[in-house]
Design a protein around this ligand. Structure first.
Ligand SMILES: Nc1ncnc2c1ncn2[C@@H]1O[C@H](COP(=O)(O)OP(=O)(O)O)[C@@H](O)[C@H]1O
Ligand SMILES: [Mg+2]
Length: 357
């Protein structure tokens, strides 16, 4: 998928923007607080129905304005065209995909798969399992069609079971949810495992380009203990769950770890290397999406140069180019733009004004 054009009215510091976009790499250059991240955020809102920095979309309306509007025209690889628009006021938000009146977030995500690499992307390796699950499930969602319905049903059953546990309901009410939880939970687990196999095949090449020849290892923890299935673990953990007041095991506690040279990656690699390894993961996912579903994701690479030396920047840029997907990359200074991206579409960003050059 590619964004052919983008229209912005009153999004954060951007009062107005309307331009055609390059099908490949688009670079945005500007000082701090000029509006670069806001530009990426606007695209993100169109593709995800939410922001990556604000819980409430109403707060992204430009100060002094009452509403904001975002619009894009998309081209898929097969000559098809689509439109996404959104209109947000402080009390309402409306998204529209083509002429579909009741567009849901699911439809947006499906239509415009976005990969967002921000300067804090190292969190993926450093912080808790939540980020890694999120990362993994982005790919699983796009590649495994059984995943999302199972995940939705699982979440619903988990919520009910936890509610029963919190309210100290009798056991039979708590375990009434177990069959559904186990059925959907094992489906989720199977989708994740299949997807991880894809990653294991794709990642090493990408990572080798970026981080060097060090061997990579993966470990996957499904979120429950023991070698039996989820059902057994759930039954064994019942007394503990009753005491804790919530469900302590299940796919909602899954984790994936990536190690370099048989050590936990986060224990020794530098910030720059962490960033590259994470970028490699995201690029590998983009690659998988292209080859399994013939869907091209769009990359949003914020502050690409942060924490990356010149050589690493060049390598990352080459990998991005090699992938051939549409990409929006921001830089503080044009001197930081890698050589291989110098001939791409350039936008200058200043006080919320974004001008093609
Ligand atoms: N709702 C808003 N209305 C107007 N300006 C905003 C709003 N939200 C944030 N800003 C301002 O937008 C500016 C641009 O921020 P940002 O896009 O993060 O810049 P950059 O990524 O170029 O450093 C900041 O100065 C911020 O204060
Ligand atoms: Mg920024």
């Amino acid at each position: 998928m590619r964004l052919e054009s983008l229209h912005i009215d009153n999004f954060r510091c951007i009062e107005f923007f309307d331009a055609e976009l390059a099908p490949g790499v688009n670079c945005l250059v500007g000082d701090n607080a000029s509006g670069k991240t806001s530009f990426l955020e606007a695209i993100y809102v169109l593709g995800r129905g939410e922001s990556f920095r604000q819980a409430r979309l109403g707060q992204t309306i430009r100060h002094g304005a009452d509403t904001l509007t975002l619009r894009t025209r998309l081209a898929d690889g097969d000559g098809g065209r689509h439109r996404i628009g959104c209109h947000i006021s402080r009390s309402s938000q409306r998204f529209k995909l083509d002429d579909q009146a009741d567009t849901r977030r699911f439809d947006l995500i499906n239509m415009l798969p976005l990969q967002h690499i921000d300067p804090n992307v190292h969190r993926l390796l450093e912080q808790g399992p939540k980020y890694r699950r999120h990362f993994l499930d982005w790919g699983v969602f796009h590649v495994e069609h059984a995943f999302f319905p199972a995940w939705r049903r699982y979440r619903r059953a988990l919520k009910q079971r936890n509610r029963a546990l919190r309210a100290h309901q009798p056991k039979h009410i708590v375990i009434a949810w177990d069959a559904e939880l186990v059925q959907q939970g094992e489906l989720i687990d199977a989708c994740r495992r299949r997807y991880l196999e894809h990653i294991k095949h794709r990642l090493p090449d990408t990572a080798r380009q970026l981080v060097g020849d060090d061997a990579l290892a993966f470990s996957y923890h499904p979120g429950w203990r023991g070698d039996g299935g989820f059902g057994q673990a759930l039954a064994r953990g019942l007394e503990q769950d009753l005491r804790a007041g919530f469900t302590q095991q299940g796919p909602h506690r899954a984790d994936t770890r990536i190690s370099i040279a048989s050590m936990q990656a986060r224990d020794w690699v530098s910030r720059g290397q962490q960033k590259l390894l994470t970028a490699a993961l995201l690029l590998a996912q983009a690659d998988i999406l292209q080859s399994t579903r013939r869907v091209q994701p769009v990359l949003l690479l914020d502050d690409m140069a942060a924490e990356l030396g010149g050589v690493y920047r060049e390598t990352l840029a080459r990998e991005v180019e090699r992938l051939g997907v549409q990409c929006f990359v921001t830089f503080l200074d044009s001197k930081l733009i890698p050589q291989s991206l110098r001939d791409t579409r350039m936008f200058h960003v200043k006080h919320g004004k974004i001008t093609p050059s």
